[in-house]
Ligand binder design. Structure first.
Ligand SMILES: Cc1cc2nc3c(=O)[nH]c(=O)nc-3n(C[C@H](O)[C@H](O)[C@H](O)COP(=O)(O)OP(=O)(O)OC[C@H]3O[C@@H](n4cnc5c(N)ncnc54)[C@H](O)[C@@H]3O)c2cc1C
Length: 448
């Protein structure tokens, strides 16, 4: 076996694990099944408890990973087969077709401009975010290469206006496309990066050890939770994060989806969905600090905005977290111990009324707001089950990877030579993820 390790998942945990391991002279394969590395942190505005700009911290690390001689990034790539052999692992990876040559594309954006189809963005659609069929995952993406929607490639978007010219041939049957506007635009730039005829590619590697860093996802509200999906101005904390973000769809303007007006009176509902069959059945640790961050930043945008947080319990477990919460209170944010029951809407103004129980007085109260933010918890990555099968690992009842012994063998698994870090182990913040990433990296490098 050669002296290499595989890291699965390239969020902040995978990236830090890779940089640490690579500094020891180890060859690192850093795999992510999405078109760019960066994970959740690349989509955040600022990070608690310091409120530093998230991408300003992560982008230099992404760049360092991209330029490290010992690290090979494999984006848009899945781990398909893993076999124990000679004290290490033989691995089959599948690099999914991107329909763009990564070695040729320079991310100039000419193809994106030429694409005639605009769709709601998967992440930001609710708050007005859009993307083209061929698009850059986000401005700081690594690799800085566009990706084509496979639906376009297989001709399923022609009724949406893809490639005006009215071709009737299924793209998968045609080797040379005379009308693809993205392709023409790319050629006009003197490049030939768009490859409509591109298949998935198998890549076989051998490594000594593996680190699983597949992270977390933001929980989605159950159907109609506090009006979500029915009332336009009820959004999730992830959507609010994107609203605040200068790189988000509203360029950092905190505006209502219903009418684009600035929101001046906003409520955060903590533990949204708690106790419901569709809710997250555990505390995600970070939501109280996410809300504190969001209210502080909202107040920084406009000190006159009224911010109210309806909460059950307050979790401020980390270094500087309690002071961070106090900072929110000092800025005039109203924290109310309350249990929300119902959110209704004035059909004309789209203003919202929250009916809740004040848990201090026991009274039922009603209050009006411009916008309501549901603090959703963190859930395990939805691909964990499939990956656990491939790696022969156990998941816990919540869908996160199981540590061999959380006290005596943390970050180790039931398979010798496979380690964990970050959100793959459970709900976690960024600094804890980085600490775990360093530890898992050392375990992986020294496993022989
Ligand atoms: C709205 C919101 C705000 C937050 N704000 C803060 C904050 O201010 N401060 C803070 O400390 N924390 C914050 N967090 C938490 C923070 O996002 C996480 O702590 C952090 O992202 C965990 O990093 P990670 O690398 O473990 O996981 P992720 O960032 O989730 O990265 C995991 C990566 O693995 C990839 N992946 C998943 N499955 C596979 C697979 N099977 N194969 C290949 N690749 C895979 C994913 O594509 C992803 O790129 C926030 C979370 C949310 C939802």
């Amino acid at each position: 076996m050669n002296d290499a390790i595989l890291i699965i998942g390239a969020g902040v945990a995978g990236i830090n694990c890779a940089l640490n391991a690579a500094e020891y002279g180890t060859k690192v394969y850093l795999v992510d099944d999405t078109p760019s590395i960066g994970g959740m942190m690349a989509r955040l505005d600022k990070t608690f408890p310091t409120n530093d700009c998230s991408i300003c911290i992560e982008a230099p690390q992404m760049y360092e990973v991209d330029n490290h001689p010992n690290i090979e990034i494999l984006s848009n790539t899945e781990v398909r087969k893993v076999k124990k052999a000679d004290g290490g692992f033989k691995i089959r990876l599948v690099k999914k077709a991107r329909f763009v040559d990564e070695d040729v594309c320079t991310g100039c954006g000419a193809c994106v401009e030429a694409c005639p189809v605009t769709l709601p963005d998967e992440m930001d659609g609710k708050i007005g975010g859009t993307r083209k069929l061929i698009h850059m995952p986000f401005p700081q993406a690594v690799p800085n290469v566009v990706v084509m929607d496979p639906d376009c490639r297989f001709g399923r978007m022609q009724d949406k206006g893809a490639c005006v010219g009215g071709c009737v041939v299924d793209c998968s049957q045609c080797r040379e496309c005379p009308i693809a506007l993205c392709l023409k635009a790319c050629q006009k730039e003197g490049k030939d990066a768009i490859k409509l005829w591109m298949g998935n590619k198998n890549i076989d590697i051998e490594v000594n050890s593996i680190v699983v860093a597949t992270g977390i996802m933001d929980a989605k509200p159950g159907e109609g939770l506090h009006g979500y999906g029915l009332l336009e101005n009820v959004i999730t904390n992830m959507e609010f994060e994107r609203l605040m973000n200068a790189g988000g769809p509203t360029a950092g303007q905190i505006i209502r989806p219903s009418d684009g007006k600035h929101a001046h009176n906003i409520a955060w509902l903590q533990c949204a969905g708690r106790g419901l069959a569709t809710g997250v059945p555990y505390c995600s640790k970070v939501c109280c600090m996410i809300a504190a961050k969001q209210v502080i930043i909202t107040k920084e945008h406009d000190a006159s905005v009224k911010a109210t947080v309806l909460y059950n319990d307050l979790k401020a477990y980390g270094k500087g977290f309690w002071d961070f919460y106090r900072k929110a209170v000092d800025q005039g944010v109203r924290y109310v111990k309350g249990r929300p029951y119902y959110v209704s809407e004035d059909q004309e103004t789209k203003d919202l009324t929250i009916r809740y129980e004040d848990l201090e007085s026991g009274e039922i109260k009603e209050e009006e707001y411009d916008m309501v933010v549901l603090s959703m918890g963190l859930v395990a990555a939805d691909r964990n089950k499939k990956l656990a099968k491939v790696l022969n690992l156990e998941l816990n009842e919540l869908g996160y990877f199981k540590e061999k012994d959380p006290f005596l063998a943390p970050l180790e698994t039931n398979v010798e030579g496979i380690y964990l870090c970050g959100g793959a182990t459970g709900p976690i913040d960024i600094s804890e993820s980085v600490v775990q990433a360093t530890a898992a990296g050392i375990k992986a490098v020294t496993a022989r």
